[in-house]
Every structure is written in structure tokens, then in C-alpha cells.
Design a protein around this ligand. Sequence first.
Ligand code: FAD
Ligand code: FES
Length: 287
Amino acid sequence: MNKRITLKIAKIEDETHDIKTFTFKHKLNAKPGQFIMITDFEGGEKPLSISDCSEDEFSITVKKIGEFTSRLFQKREGDFMSIRGAFGSSFFISDGKVLLVGGGYGSIPLYLLAKYLSEAGADISVINGARTKNDLVFCDKFRELGIKLIITTDDGTYGEKVSSVDVARKILSNQLVPKPQLGNNDHFQAGAWKRENDEKKKKFDFVYAAGPEMMMKSLQGVIGDIEYEFIFERYMKCAIGICGNCTMDPLGIRLCVEGPVLSKKIVEQITEFGKYHRDATGKRILY
Ligand SMILES: Cc1cc2nc3c(=O)[nH]c(=O)nc-3n(C[C@H](O)[C@H](O)[C@H](O)COP(=O)(O)OP(=O)(O)OC[C@H]3O[C@@H](n4cnc5c(N)ncnc54)[C@H](O)[C@@H]3O)c2cc1C
Ligand code: FES
């Protein structure tokens, strides 16, 4: 919905040293994968994924990166922000055996997805990866859902030093089978996992990913013939399909309308995937 509304920040919670969640009391009716445009009228309007949404409230979870997000971090509960949305496509909700792969703050939209999948009765495994232990988001929230959670860090500060794509490759090729909920011992430990015959037979039905584009590009190479959906970020201005800044080559799809969640069929046709994106002026920036 493109109508602008101004809302009071109802709650602010720290997730990590540079990630906070902001909750607003409002019936947004957003689905997993969708985003809002948000502004404080002091400069800039930015796209942010919906990290949680219920009947009467919704949340966004924000990493402090530059000018706008730094200003957002200075807001207090009771301050006002103005939003448009929710916009964009949402994830397909499978009731099968699914693998969710998230990298860094890219994992943010995967929590609401995991909630929906859980309600649909899916058999869910989540690989939640980050550079370091301090950059991991939503581990407790995933644990509360009682799903199989595998945490990885690039530097080995939580669990073994391994990338989320490496673990995904092992799981998807059936070299490893994630155990049910491991409490606080859910970091990746190859030796602690074993195959269980019935699980070994069952292939994954669907893979979902959110995170750095190069991570998703590597993941694409290990998914094989399984259906998947990835969520993409491109520089967005209007979010309603007019300015053309978020189009992707060669299809010309507008990520703010036809995305940000894209299916395997579309992703396989995008030639710029993992190669370049565009800045605010539309200029190509190589990865
Ligand atoms: C669909 C979508 C969902 C997103 N969801 C989240 C989220 O849930 N949490 C989160 O922390 N971040 C999310 N982002 C990224 C977020 O929009 C940027 O981090 C934010 O705009 C940075 O603004 P800044 O002024 O703080 O930083 P700047 O210094 O202005 O920019 C830093 C970097 O942020 C990106 N960026 C800046 N402006 C935009 C823009 N208008 N559109 C897209 N990218 C931009 C660019 O890569 C830029 O290099 C999302 C982006 C998109 C497109
Ligand atoms: S942001 Fe303007 S067309 Fe997508």
C-alpha cells in the first residue's frame, strides 16, 4: 500500500552491538519477504524488511550502516517515523522439508518466514551464519520455534570455522543430517552429527536464502535441482515500480514490485546476479 502513515515507535530492542529491532503498533498485514519504506523526514527514505508481523503490530530490524540507519539508532520509544508499504513479493510457504540459509543481517527476513513455515507444518532446518559470534542475529528467536538450527561463523568464534554454504552443501548432498533442536549447543560440529536412516532418504523440497549476494551465488551452485527462492537487495527509491532504479538485467524486472523474493525460474535468467548492482544514480557497481 503506497499510502504514507506516521507511527509511534512502540518498542526498541538491541539484537547485537549494531542491530536493533523497532516495533510499531499497527495492522500491516505483511507477508514474509515484504518490506516497507521508512523515513523520519530528515533526509532519505529507506527500504527495510519486515522482521516480524502479527495482527496488531510489526517490527523492522536494522543494521547501523550509514547516515540514515545511524539516525534511526538515536530514536527513542515514543518517537515518530513515517512508513509506506508493505511492498513486494513474499516467500512461497512450503509444508515440506525445507532448508533456510541466512548470512549476517541478511537472516532478518528469514525469522518471519520460519514462523509461517512452522505454522504450515514444514520440517525446518535453518543455517544461520555470520562473520563472527557478535554478528549473529535471531538465534534465540529461531530456537524458540523449536526448529533445527545450525549456527556457523566465518572466524570460528561460535562453533567451527565454516561458511553457511559449506554446511548447506553437506546437508543437501546428504553427508550431514541436522539433528533436532540442540539447545545452546547448536553450533556446527561435524563430529556431533550423524545420519539417521529415515531422514537420509528424504530429500529437501525447498531452499530459501537471504544474505550477501555472493553467498547466494555460491549457494546456487550447491542446490542442484531443488526448488528455491532468494531474497535480493537493490538500491530502491520509489518502491512502486516507477523510477526503474531497481531493475535487474536482462529481464528488466523491478525488484521492488516483482521482487525482492525471486523464484529459481527467474533467478536462473538474471545475468547480473553475483556480478554487479547499481548505486543511487543507476551506475553499475561490480561485486
Ligand atoms: C528490499 C530491501 C530490504 C532491506 N532490508 C533490510 C533490513 O531488514 N535491515 C537492514 O538493516 N537493512 C535492510 N536493507 C538495506 C537498507 O536499506 C540499507 O542498509 C540502508 O538503506 C542504509 O542506509 P544508510 O543511510 O544508513 O546508509 P548509506 O551510507 O546511505 O548506504 C550504505 C549502503 O546501504 C545500501 N543502501 C543505501 N540506500 C539504499 C536504498 N535506498 N535502497 C537499497 N539499499 C540502499 C547501499 O548498499 C549502500 O552502499 C534492505 C534493502 C532492501 C532493498
Ligand atoms: S525502486 Fe523505483 S522501480 Fe523499484
